[in-house]
Design a protein around this ligand. Structure first.
Ligand code: ZN
Length: 232
């Protein structure tokens, strides 16, 4: 059994039992990529994963590195998104390097693989304007608003962060209005030792930044189109 199979099987079992959960696979770029891709291809064929996510900041590679090409090709073949963890990294992981996780680094891969749907996750925060620039220029690049508003001990601080994020996105969309239709909903994150806890502020943000019509795309339409190839 390969090193990843135990955890993956647990997760696949969990997701299979839930109607509204879908799984995105991942590749450890420091290990044998070809082996992992043949396992992931099988999962695409069985419709058990809906995309692949990579972590350039943590694993020290540029998205345009040649070793990433087979991953982009696989996503392209199954018409599923290749997601990059972009921008800031989890603070306790001191070894992560921003230079690999900057949204600008996505541009070259996006140009090389125009048929591959690419997602700059977390709006590349704090490099949101740069993320919007890459999204504007490449029709195959998208983003989401997740990961910026986190649980905090201070109510005032949480309110300030929400207000600032709203102001920042409004500023960005005034330069790049087209990026609105390429932006998806997202929340904070959960982990092995902490739960998902900030959902309401993200809903508030969408309602303040996007028009009623645009909200349909942000809340579900774009995700359905990218991950399932449909728009309900
Ligand atoms: Zn991420």
């Amino acid at each position: 059994m390969a090193w990843w199979e135990d955890d993956l099987n647990d997760l696949l079992k969990f997701v299979a039992a839930e109607n509204n959960f879908f799984l995105v696979g991942a590749v450890d770029t420091e290990k044998n990529i070809a082996d992992q891709l043949s396992a992931l291809e099988k999962l695409f064929q069985e419709k058990r994963i809906v995309g692949i996510k990579l972590y350039p900041g943590y694993q020290y590679f540029y998205p345009s590195d040649e070793k990433i090409f087979p991953i982009a090709k696989l996503c392209q073949k199954y018409d599923k998104p290749l997601v990059f963890h972009s921008g800031t990294t989890y603070s306790e992981q001191g070894g992560a390097l921003f230079k690999y996780a900057h949204p600008i680094c996505i541009d070259e891969l996006a140009v090389k693989f125009p048929q591959c749907k690419i997602i700059i996750s977390h709006f590349g925060f704090p490099y949101c304007m740069e993320a919007a620039t890459v999204i504007y220029k490449n029709k195959n690049v998208f983003t989401d608003i997740s990961g910026t508003i986190e649980k905090t001990d201070s109510k005032k601080n949480a309110k300030d962060v929400l207000a600032q994020y709203i102001a920042d996105l409004r500023r960005i969309f005034s330069y790049y209005p087209h990026a609105k239709s390429k932006t998806m909903f997202g929340t904070d994150y959960s982990g092995e030792n902490f739960s998902l806890c900030e959902i309401t502020p993200y809903v508030k943000l969408v309602k303040q930044v996007f028009s009623k019509k645009e909200q349909d795309s942000v809340f579900h339409g774009l995700a359905e189109r990218l991950f399932f190839g449909t728009q309900k």
